[in-house]
Design a protein around this ligand. Structure first.
Ligand code: 5GP
Length: 213
């Protein structure tokens, strides 16, 4: 038996990837998952918003009605949730618990309200904040979407500035100057987290205890 239990998998890391609206979280997340190797699992969110062309149930999101979503909240089945532009978005608990218990790392891409709920519940998660190179660039991206009136653009800019001020909750700030660079930075951070002494010391102390039994 000596050493047998010590080789048991540690619980995985919960990685929370967030940032202000319009910064390009979705694009960087896709680059991380599609363009290269990674060894963490993406937590598919649940939402009440309508499916966009090309999106698939169970791939991009789990698309649910408001009633179904509210039932999940009532039953304590969401790690976090937020209302964003009139729709619910949230992280179902079951999948992430299962993966973390298997020793797999789980990656959430969520807006900032949800991220602060996760910070309260799982303070030892890895909190990564994606920031725009500067506010002019952020404004260009929001204008570039072409969907908002000038009043809405100013409102989004105001909200984005408040969201940037929430950066102090996070462990890392990654500048989204170029998508490919930002994706590499995020992956480097995740890799580095596994070498932190406070994450591995428990395993080694346990090994010593078992060795001396
Ligand atoms: P979209 O409608 O463009 O797919 O997403 C809108 C916003 O919701 C994005 O900022 C995205 O990061 C965020 N979001 C996606 N899934 C979740 C989730 O499970 N929880 C929270 N709090 N935000 C989410």
């Amino acid at each position: 038996m000596r050493g047998e239990r010590s080789r048991m998998k540690d619980r995985g890391l919960l990685i929370v990837f967030s940032g202000p609206s319009g910064v390009g979280k979705g694009t960087v997340r896709k680059e991380i998952f599609e363009a290269s190797r990674h060894d963490f699992e993406y937590s598919i969110s649940m939402t009440t918003r309508k499916k966009r062309p090309g999106e698939m149930e169970g791939v991009d999101y789990f698309f649910r009605t408001r009633e179904e979503f509210e039932e999940m909240i009532k039953n304590g089945q969401m790690l976090e949730y937020a209302e964003y532009v009139g729709n619910y978005y949230g992280t179902p608990l079951k999948y992430i618990n299962q993966k973390l218990n298997e020793g797999k790392d789980v990656f959430l891409e969520i807006e900032v309200q949800g991220a602060s709920q996760v910070k309260e519940k799982v303070p030892d998660g890895v909190f990564i904040f994606l920031i725009p190179p500067d506010l002019d660039e952020l404004r260009e991206r929001i204008v570039g979407r072409g969907t908002d009136s000038s009043g809405v653009i100013e409102e989004r800019m105001r909200v984005a500035q408040e969201e940037i001020e929430m950066m102090s909750l996070y462990d890392y700030a990654v500048v989204n100057d170029e998508v490919a660079f930002a994706a590499v930075r995020v992956k480097d951070i995740i890799a580095g987290e596994h070498f932190r002494v406070d994450r591995v010391i428990g395993r080694y102390l346990k090994m010593i205890r078992e060795y001396n039994q």
